[in-house]
Design a protein around this ligand. Structure first.
Ligand code: DGY
Length: 320
């Protein structure tokens, strides 16, 4: 059996594939593979490991109907036409669970960095602008006892909530498509409407998938309803907030700060005004980027491939 991997994944996953007699070919260039190159590379293989934002759309799927499995190296599957894949009987695997802790760490890191203007102040040192000690300019805000609003209380949102409770005794409210009674019981999170989430949160952290319903959910109207001292964090997908509206909200001080691990588009351009704002921290989509997590993701990707090629159920299959 043969598999094409459209990027570099951790060695443990490659080893697992090789141990199961799966022949691997890999995209090793630093640029993202193009749509036509991906189709070409998949011509003579049984499975695809999709790394990065490849569009697994109807065109791709119909050009590669012979694939027995597509394993995503991500939990998010907003770039996949799952309905079309289901129609063609191509199972899609993803990597939930194993990356929750690391991604929540990134959200926590951004929240704390924004609250103390850390990225902005760091840049001032680099520019030679560390001057006298002064007690009042460029002050941060504290997080102790504040209200955390989670938009999308799944695995990652729950990990973020636990970190915020542990570190700062934050009160947790959340809004979801569906209520999460286990999480309510485990951490005492309170379900609220989206409007209440906006009005009551001191920090809003986004942990939901990008769908038709969540696209541009955080727009001018939403930012206007947030507290002027609030912080907006997004480690899910850049399309969930409207970037122009976010810039405007920060410039007009409708909200206090923002931390982003995801932008729209990605990569963010180096002259984006967000990068020069005091209470903003931006990272280049590194949510799950730790040695441990990338290895666990590669293992799950390999297990999804191996299962499908053996005719078994995938350990983690996207079902929508
Ligand atoms: C994920 O796992 O969805 C990450 O955001 C990488 O795309």
């Amino acid at each position: 059996m043969k598999v094409f991997i459209s990027g570099r994944i951790a060695k443990s996953g490659l080893t697992l594939l090789e141990e199961n007699n799966i022949e691997v070919t890999q995209w090793k260039e630093s640029r993202q593979i193009t749509a036509s190159e991906l189709i070409e590379a998949c011509k003579n293989v049984d499975g695809l490991v999709s790394v990065g934002p490849n569009k697994i759309n109807a065109d791709f799927l119909n050009a590669c109907k012979h694939l027995k499995v597509i394993a995503l190296h991500s939990v998010g599957y907003d770039n996949v036409d799952v309905a079309e894949a289901n129609k063609l009987n191509i199972p899609i695997g993803n990597t939930p669970g194993v990356l929750s802790g690391a991604t929540a760490d990134t959200a926590f890191l951004l929240m704390l960095a924004v609250s103390r203007k850390a990225f902005y102040l760091h840049k001032k040192i680099i520019k030679g602008q560390w001057q006298n000690y002064e007690p009042t300019p460029e002050l941060g805000i504290e997080l102790n006892g504040k209200t955390l609003g989670i938009f999308g209380l799944g695995n990652i949102g729950l990990e973020m909530a636990k970190k915020c409770i542990g570190a700062y005794k934050m009160k947790v409210i959340y809004n979801n498509r569906n209520q999460n009674p286990e999480a309510e019981k485990e951490i005492g999170a309170k379900y609220v409407s989206f409007e209440e989430l906006l009005a009551e949160s001191d920090v809003i952290s986004v942990h939901t998938a990008l769908t038709k319903e969540t696209k541009n959910k955080f727009d001018a109207t939403a930012f206007e309803k947030m507290k002027p001292q609030s912080i907006f964090i997004n480690t899910a997908r850049g399309g969930i907030h409207n970037e122009e509206d976010l810039i405007h909200a920060l410039e007009q001080k409708l909200i206090w700060g923002a931390g982003l691990d995801v932008t729209n588009p990605e990569p963010m351009s180096a002259d984006n005004p967000l990068l020069n704002m005091e209470s903003v921290a931006v990272l280049p989509h590194i949510g799950s980027a730790t040695e441990e997590t990338r290895s666990a993701m590669a293992n799950l990707v390999a297990k999804n491939i191996i299962a499908a090629l053996n005719g078994d159920a995938l350990p983690s299959r996207v079902t929508d």
